[in-house]
Design a protein around this ligand. Structure first.
Ligand code: HEC
Ligand code: HEC
Length: 391
């Protein structure tokens, strides 16, 4: 009996561990989007995070707080079926994902973004094994584990991201390198883990698949948004509209990969012990003055340097806590360049504006102040007195 168990038990474990890598059933289709869509956020900020497991109720509740959401359930059944059919034609299924653009430009973009069927099929399997429990089958951020963590896993549909280094407006797409970085280091002090044990090739397949879910979700989102808000800018033929939306989203993704926020100088000493020279401390001092300048605005949101908990609505209709910058935890990366890109480009999806009116030198002053802020001994005595009164 014990011998039998010693054979059967490991086999059971093997079967379990292998579960996640089982292919998807060929007949499985992506389900239609049913969760509420933000049309307009309320003017007054939220008091705190959504209650655990109640994200959709929280978003639907924006209607009662002066905002407005659109409900996909209001769509006539016929339009719903048509949309599902079009999405299936353009993007395939979890077992056989693809991006069908139907023209040469589109095909070139698909190749450049590495969205060919083989890569996507490999990415889809890895996603099932490592990401689905949080980010959900369609990338809606509502996987079985996802409902219970805060901040919620990213809703990858719509192709909106937070930690983006590309140049452009608040809604710009991330570069492939941005997405790859998130998979290597994870997101500090959230449940998003680092995937260090995967190979570079596997992470690249996951990046491709993430872009794919973003494209698919964005086409679905824009069509639902247009139909439910009765926009007259949509083509009457939904298939034509979907193809044109896909083409423009592909162009945005390609553009994002072309230019990153790149400062002309990199004045931060590599070694933190070198950050005590008079010239560096003078930069920290200027940084604090810029931060506390009400015309610049940092301090208005990061009240008391972020120690006071304040919340804003994010682009998905959930709420996000304004960072406590005395803690020294940075979700978008902790190198000086990461922080430069964050401040210069803003975190549009979280409501943090881009600080594009500041000069490069002023932005570096802010980076130097922020890097020193969590460690009172790194601050010049006069600044320490202002930030940590009594210390
Ligand atoms: C245990 C839950 C969990 C798992 C598993 C997980 N994530 Fe995440 N992920 C999160 C959370 C939480 C966030 C959002 C953090 C935030 O808002 O700052 C996130 C954010 C992201 C982002 C957004 C980055 C940005 O700039 O906005 C991407 C991309 C991402 N995850 C991809 C993946 C991929 C690919 C996998 C699988 C290899 C994965 N995640 C597995 C929880 C998870
Ligand atoms: C309108 C409100 C608002 C303003 C103004 C604002 N921030 Fe933020 N900031 C936020 C929010 C919200 C977050 C948290 C984003 C998240 O976690 O999704 C944040 C996060 C940060 C982070 C952490 C980034 C990371 O990777 O985790 C830094 C650094 C930062 N802000 C610096 C600044 C500086 C410097 C200024 C002024 C130039 C500024 N902020 C202005 C709202 C604001």
């Amino acid at each position: 009996m014990t011998r039998l168990l010693s054979i059967v038990l490991p086999l059971l474990f093997l079967a379990q561990a292998g579960c996640g890598s089982q292919p998807y059933p060929a007949g499985l289709a992506y389900p239609a989007r049913t969760d509420p869509i933000v049309f307009q956020l309320p003017l007054n900020p939220p008091d705190g995070p959504p209650p655990a497991g109640k994200l959709d109720e929280f978003i639907a509740g924006l209607n009662d707080r002066g905002g407005r959401v659109l409900n996909p359930a209001d769509l006539p059944a016929e339009q719903k079926a048509k949309l599902q059919e079009i999405l299936g034609e353009l993007f395939g299924t979890p077992a056989a994902p693809m991006v069908a653009t139907g023209d040469d430009d589109g095909r070139e973009h698909v190749e450049r973004l590495r969205l060919l069927p083989d890569t996507l099929t490999a990415g889809s399997l890895l996603y099932k094994k490592f990401c689905l429990q949080c980010h959900g089958l369609t990338g809606d951020g509502r996987g079985p584990t996802g409902q219970w963590v805060y901040p919620a896993p990213r809703d990858l549909r719509q192709g909106i991201y937070k930690y983006v280094s590309s140049v452009g407006s608040a809604a710009r797409k991330p570069t492939r390198a941005d997405l790859h970085r998130v998979l290597i280091v994870g997101i500090d002090r959230t449940s998003m883990p680092p995937f260090t044990l995967l190979s570079d090739a596997e992470r690249e397949q996951l990046v491709s698949f993430t872009i794919y879910l973003g494209l698919r979700g964005e086409v679905e989102y824009r069509i639902l948004y247009g139909l439910l808000s009765q926009s007259d800018e949509m083509d009457d033929d939904l298939a034509v509209e979907a193809r044109s939306l896909l083409r423009s989203a592909l162009r945005q993704w390609v553009r994002a990969d072309e230019e990153r926020i790149t400062p002309k100088m990199m004045p931060t000493p590599e070694d933190p012990n070198q950050r005590i020279t008079e010239a560096h401390l003078e930069s920290v001092r200027r940084g604090q003055r810029i931060f506390a300048n009400t015309a610049v605005g940092c301090i208005a949101c990061h009240t008391d340097y972020g120690r006071q908990a304040r919340y804003l609505y994010d682009s998905w209709g959930s709420s996000v806590r304004v960072s406590d910058l005395t803690e020294g935890a940075y979700r978008g990366g902790k190198t000086p360049l990461d922080l430069f890109q964050r401040i210069h480009g803003g975190i549009g999806a979280s409501g943090m504006p881009a600080a594009t009116s500041l000069t490069e030198e002023q932005t570096w002053d802010l980076v130097h102040f922020i890097l020193a802020l969590p460690v009172p001994s790194m601050l010049p005595a006069d600044v320490r007195g202002l930030v940590y009164p009594g210390k």
